[in-house]
Ligand binder design. Sequence first.
Ligand code: SME
Length: 160
Amino acid sequence: MIDLQQAGAGLSGYSMLAAQLESLLADERDFIANSAQFSAFLFNELPDLNWAGFYLNRNEELVLGPFQGKVACVRIPFGRGVCGAAARTLETQRVEDVHAFPGHIACDSASNSELVVPLVKDGRLIGVLDLDSPKLARFKEEDQSGIEQLAAIFLRLTDC
Ligand code: SME
């Protein structure tokens, strides 16, 4: 049994989450298992989220992967909405007000802000990690860098 408190002892904020995630994923490299765990970990450890999960690159289209939250749109073309923009540009999209984002796809009307991190391993886009919040401007710069670090841990510890 992994002791997540023990894994993060003496650390704070995203450093603690990073230590906990390292511990959570240490004994398994399976993509489905680790992406499901990572979604649940983010959804339960980060405050003010209403959705956390994956869209996976399937022939230049994003297809819904493991997630926590309400049922969501299944397929998103590259370039559409916030997730599609992250997939096309390979840059993290941090959106303070999704209603002002051109082409935003409203899967859940409760969502007001969003952070989408492209997941690139060995030069290949695996998919994107999508976090939604009911709070406007929920994600600050420190959240972006912290969550990008968590995504890098996930990619390093997972077979993709
Ligand atoms: N809002 C996203 C779609 C995915 S859902 O939020 C889960 C977007 O515009 O890409």
